[in-house]
Design a protein around this ligand. Structure first.
Ligand SMILES: *Cc1c(COP(=O)(O)O)cnc(C)c1O
Length: 361
């Protein structure tokens, strides 16, 4: 599909990388210099007591990557693990974007971290507004690129709108854009569509982001994934902190990845609950639009989103007010919780309807 890319692959990566990163000599840890099996380790100034926490973790997390690789059918060399997806997002800027010179393109609205990471790295984000139905046109994104555009950020299913973006439009970006295309799939487990992982080998400019924070229920251990060609992953490994994934996270992830069946159960329950939530919220008089969702949240347009947000907060129920976000005027983003939590939200909203009727009398 993107095979025309193959022959120029290495040259293109060289052209995309910042110069200081190309020549960067990374920190070499004790574990980098000796990574085999030994009996006595006296090379890293570790304390001999308090195992297993006394030892520095594997800087490249091979055991975990092999396990994730089996799960996703991806070679471990094509996997980068970060402290949440936020780490690879930041590293993408640091690897490719010269501060004050280069730019990236993103859709609007989308996940807020792309802009924050860009601002921290002093990189311009060229935003292209989604269509009214939250779909996008690849050509509009391509039209705002220039010689200094290093990456395009796509999030599908998108946050905060909840919808999947058109696959053929994303493929158009992958084939026609001469830089990196990032596809953030944080919510892919909740969606009926396949991941872009299957295209990784035919699209050398593709970086896919996934996370253990959502469907896998591990937001607290901070573990995000980036999938890309091994050449790109090698660059990311040079930039990251040597021991970016701590031993507690590595051990816990190794244990919890065995619970894939449980993850799939959770997803099923959450999708059922999403359908129930949509059905019931539709009946409330102040609900105007519930946008179609392929994720574990729904975006709901209401007559007075801020007022309802504050009412819910007073009832100890917190949702996300997205009213100030492009195309999301008067909209709340509601995460689908457990059946009990969702019921509490609906009960509070129903009480509000009764209250409103009484106020009018
Ligand atoms: C939640 C989310 C992530 C995950 O972030 P982590 O740092 O891995 O917790 C990534 N992208 C999007 C769009 C998200 O909504």
């Amino acid at each position: 599909m993107c095979s025309m890319w193959f022959k120029n692959r290495i040259m293109n990566l060289e052209k995309l990388l910042r110069n200081n990163i190309k020549v960067l000599k990374p920190y070499s840890s004790a574990r980098d210099e000796f990574s085999g099996e030994a009996e006595v380790y006296l090379d890293a100034n570790e304390n001999p007591y308090n195992a297993p926490y006394n030892r520095y973790p594997d800087p490249l997390q091979w055991e975990l990557k092999i396990k994730i690789g089996r799960l996703k059918n991806i070679a471990p060399e094509k996997i980068f693990l970060g402290n949440g997806s936020d780490e690879p997002i930041d590293i993408i800027f640091r690897a490719f974007c010269e501060p004050g010179v280069d730019n990236v393109v993103s859709i609007d609205p989308t996940y807020g971290m792309y802009q924050v990471a860009a601002d921290i790295n002093n990189v311009e984000v060229r935003k292209v507004k989604l269509n009214e139905d939250f779909s996008f046109n690849a050509q509009k994104l391509l039209d705002v690129t220039n010689l200094y555009t290093k990456a395009i950020f796509i999030c599908s299913p998108n946050n905060p709108t909840g919808n999947l973006l058109d696959k053929t439009e994303i493929i158009k970006l992958l084939t026609e854009f001469d830089g990196i295309v990032v596809v953030d799939e944080a919510y892919i487990d909740f969606s009926p569509e396949n991941s872009f992982l299957g295209l990784l080998d035919s699209c050398p400019n593709l970086i896919i982001l996934q996370t253990f924070s959502k469907a896998w229920g591990m937001a607290g251990i901070r573990l995000g994934m980036a999938f890309a060609q091994a050449e790109i992953i090698r660059v990311f490994n040079k930039i990251k902190y040597p021991y970016n994934i701590n031993i507690l996270t590595q051990l816990k992830a190794l244990e919890l990845i065995d619970n894939e069946g449980e993850k799939n159960e959770w997803v099923k329950i959450i999708l059922d609950e999403r359908a129930r939530m949509i059905r019931k919220l539709f009946k409330l008089p102040f609900v105007q639009v519930i946008y179609p969702s392929d994720a574990n949240f729904i975006l709901v347009k209401m007559t007075d989103a801020r007022g309802i947000y504050e009412y819910l907060t007073d009832h100890k129920i917190i949702v996300r007010d997205r009213s100030k976000v492009t195309l999301c005027e008067n909209s709340l983003r509601i995460t689908i919780g457990s059946p009990e939590e969702n019921k509490k939200l609906r009960k509070a909203l129903k009480k509000l309807v009764v209250g409103l009727i009484e106020d009018n009398e």
